[in-house]
Design a protein around this ligand. Structure first.
Ligand code: ZN
Ligand code: ZN
Length: 359
């Protein structure tokens, strides 16, 4: 009797397996359409008036499976202002439902490769998917024009392919590329300048200290009473504290020196000959989580979100070790940023809402 039940059960399993196999290999058109429709609908992100911060990439140069290269988007008036263009950040934006055609401006903090690696893709995909009539605007410190020209040169063939394939009515030639506006803050460590003032949005660029990298800047965004500062890459510096004074949200980079030191000690086990020196050198020109907490505390910011997570955190059990003593230094809310986090600052409110848009 048991044998008959077993044979029936195995027969049922193989029938079910065969059905699933056929369905996966040859999905019916209706099923395929339903899945595509669901994906298309998911790709419409509706957000209210206010200032919104989307973490498109919270990684840094060391490879991290779960983090794209550094990119923080500020969304105001349905326009996207991208601070840096780390690799794969536009992919995260698209998956989250942000339309690349809505990118108004790219703001560069400095020219380390992790911060500019996705610039070519950002320019091309905004053009190819956005139906805009004018090129992207890029704002950045001296040197930005050269960086943009290099990416445009690398992407010139793809531009031609797409025009030839889809036609000029869809791939509008005049809208391709970028108009770059450079600003020069000089070498004064406390320098800052208003670089954007339009439709109630003000953006201030300010010098930070990422020596020997120069220029290097952070950005302060203000919109209808709400404010956000994005640190860029820097060590602890007074200008960051001054610019972050009283803001609703500080998005700060974070490098855990103990983790970096562990990489330096064990670098001989890797096949990368330069890793030991790099792990040592990077420790003195980045903010640690404790440094970021100190800035947040001194500047009395309302919320602190860490990004540019360096080195990668091996697993969730190590999050507290990564944050170190930061929660003792700053008593406000600290979030360890992750790709896909949307932080919303509604107008006429002091509220800060958070929502995860990936996955
Ligand atoms: Zn960096
Ligand atoms: Zn850097």
């Amino acid at each position: 009797m048991e044998m008959i039940i077993l044979i029936c059960f195995l027969g049922f399993l193989s029938l079910l397996g065969g059905f699933v196999y056929i369905l996966l290999l040859n999905p019916r058109p209706q099923l395929m359409d339903r899945m595509v429709k669901r994906a298309m609908l998911k790709r419409h992100l509706e957000i209210d008036d206010g200032m919104h911060v989307f973490l498109a990439g919270t990684g840094a140069p060391l490879p991290d499976l779960h983090r794209a290269g550094p990119c923080t988007c500020v969304i105001v008036n349905h326009k996207i202002y991208m601070v840096d263009t780390g690799e794969s950040s536009t992919r995260n934006m698209q998956i989250a439902g942000l339309k690349l055609g809505k990118i108004d401006t790219v703001l560069l903090t400095h020219f380390h490769s992790d911060h500019i690696g996705g610039l070519g893709e950002t320019m091309l995909m905004r053009w190819a998917t956005g139906n805009n009539s004018s090129p992207l605007q890029v704002l950045g410190p001296l040197g930005s024009k050269k960086v943009v020209e290099g990416f445009l040169s690398a992407y010139q063939f793809d531009k031609q392919y797409r025009i030839a394939h889809h036609g000029e009515s869809l791939m509008i030639p005049e809208a391709y590329g970028a108009e770059t506006i450079e600003f020069d803050l000089g070498a004064d460590p406390m320098a800052s300048a208003l670089i954007y003032d339009k439709d109630d949005l003000k953006i201030t660029a300010f010098n930070v200290n990422h020596a020997p990298v120069f220029p290097a800047v952070g950005y302060r965004f203000e919109y209808k009473g709400r404010s956000v500062v994005i640190s860029g890459d820097t060590c602890l510096c007074d200008n960051l504290i001054q610019q972050a004074n009283g803001v609703d949200l500080l998005v700060s980079e974070a490098l855990n020196k103990k983790f970096a030191e562990s990489i330096r000690r064990n670098a001989n086990l890797s096949s990368a000959p330069t890793l030991s020196s790099i792990a040592s050198d990077i420790q003195n020109y980045h903010l640690s989580p404790e440094d970021a907490a100190l800035v947040a505390s001194k500047a009395q910011v309302k919320n602190l979100t860490l990004t540019h997570i360096l080195p990668p955190i091996p697993n969730k059990l190590m999050i507290n070790a990564f944050l170190g003593r930061s929660k003792k230094i700053y008593t406000g809310k600290i979030d360890l940023g992750r790709d896909g986090l949307l932080i919303s600052l509604p107008i006429n409110s002091t509220e800060i809402k958070k929502k995860y848009l990936l996955g």
